[in-house]
Design a protein around this ligand. Structure first.
Ligand SMILES: *Cc1c(COP(=O)(O)O)cnc(C)c1O
Length: 384
């Protein structure tokens, strides 16, 4: 791409970039889409030579995601591979401040690394700006943190963290802030613009969007850090497959319309859910009653398509609701075109801070009245 093209791309909206970025330069009869380059080795003479170091299909995807988040993207074979690549960069004994209700596997990795003495982990309530600030500054104890890891909103409790304020405190002490932006996608929240150093994605979810790809991404505007992210991929051995990189690029082409539609559906469903007699509480940053509503509005362009709720009954009632849906799919994961529902505590390793009777709902792009009819009959089935 010429530099003139690059600067005109800078002015494009994200919905446009999702469609136009990350494509081969136009040549007569050249392909419009990135080719799937299924080769682990390359003819000698170039700078790379081997598939664990470089793949053209993946490079197109990284260009696309990098333009959407405003940085340099490195793709991995899963979200957890991306998490571990970053954690691997923290020197032994490093202090990391992390949300106490992070994605289950991220939380487990931090516990594991703390248990073997590799890292010191300080867990915080991400919705409490004062406790985050004091954990980052490390008044007392082991001194300031070197890294901070948050999600906003958190999975699945939907707690909102003030990303700007957290980035500000992190920068004061020279710490780096990572934001897991999986729930929001760059269509709704761009943490690098809010002062974060790194954005992490499970691209398995909303970015790829069709529940058919496992993929992770780290994005940063810091070229040195980005080089290290690529090295972690090479030496930890976690590149995505070229076929998956192709599918993720193809999924992102429709990201803007998928996010718009799924979010509209989620807003409509929550407005109906709050009046249903089987519902105790709805957790969704689009509700003005949500404690993080105002902060979320200052840092995101919408509440997204994932929500959770507790039922008035027991864990068994919540489980029964998930088993009673007919149109929605009773399954884990989120961010796909199909609506997915599950009781998170059905997993033995789920964070015990999550209520037993909490259901997470990832709203898809189906017709909203069909979705409501299904959810309503499932909720009605546990009323007595
Ligand atoms: C799924 C998920 C991950 C882990 O990603 P995988 O692609 O499953 O490895 C990390 N963070 C969040 C918020 C997730 O939802």
């Amino acid at each position: 791409m010429s530099s003139q093209d690059a600067s005109s791309q800078d002015r494009l909206q994200r919905a446009t970039l999702a469609v136009s970025a990350g494509r081969p330069a136009p040549t007569p009869d050249g392909p419009v889409n990135p080719p799937i380059v299924a080769s682990t080795t390359y003819h000698a003479g170039g700078p790379y030579g081997y598939g664990r170091e470089w793949n053209e299909t993946t490079t197109y995807l990284e260009d696309l995601i990098g333009q959407l988040e405003g940085g340099l993207a490195t793709a991995y074979s899963s979200g957890m591979a991306a998490v571990n690549a970053l954690l691997d960069l923290i020197p032994a004994g490093g202090v990391i401040v992390a949300g106490q209700n992070l994605y289950t596997a991220t939380g487990i990795r931090l516990q594991e690394l703390a248990a073997v003495g590799r890292l010191t982990v300080r867990l915080v309530d991400v919705a409490d700006a004062d406790s985050i600030a004091s954990a980052i500054r490390g008044e007392g104890a082991e001194g300031p943190a070197s890294w901070v890891w948050i999600e906003s909103p958190t999975n699945p409790l939907m707690e909102v963290c003030d990303i700007r304020a957290t980035a500000h405190v992190a920068r004061e002490v020279g710490a780096k802030l990572v934001v897991d932006n999986t729930f929001m996608t760059p269509m709704r929240q761009r943490p690098l613009e809010l002062g974060a150093h790194v954005v992490m994605h499970s691209a398995t979810k909303g970015l790829a969007g069709h529940s058919d790809v496992l993929m992770g991404v780290l994005v940063t505007a810091d070229a040195g850090l980005s080089e290290n992210f690529v090295k972690r991929r090479i030496f930890l051995g976690a590149p995505p497959s070229p076929f998956d990189a192709f599918l993720a690029s193809r999924g992102i082409r429709t990201l803007a319309v998928r996010v718009d539609r799924a979010e509209q559906n989620a807003q409509e469903l929550t407005s109906r859910l709050i009046h249903h007699p089987a519902i105790a509480e709805v957790f969704y940053p689009g509700l003005s009653s949500h404690p993080g509503f105002e902060i979320h509005e200052t840092q995101a362009d919408g509440p997204g398509s994932v929500l959770s709720f507790t039922v008035t009954g027991s864990a068994e009632d919540a489980q029964a609701v998930c088993e009673a849906v007919r149109l929605m799919t009773h399954a884990t994961s989120l961010g796909g075109v199909e609506s997915l529902i599950e009781r998170r505590r059905r997993w033995a390793h789920e964070n015990t801070g999550v209520p037993e009777n909490l259901i997470r709902l990832s709203v898809g792009i189906e017709d909203v009245d069909d979705l409501w009819d299904d959810l309503k009959q499932a909720l009605d089935s546990v009323l007595r």
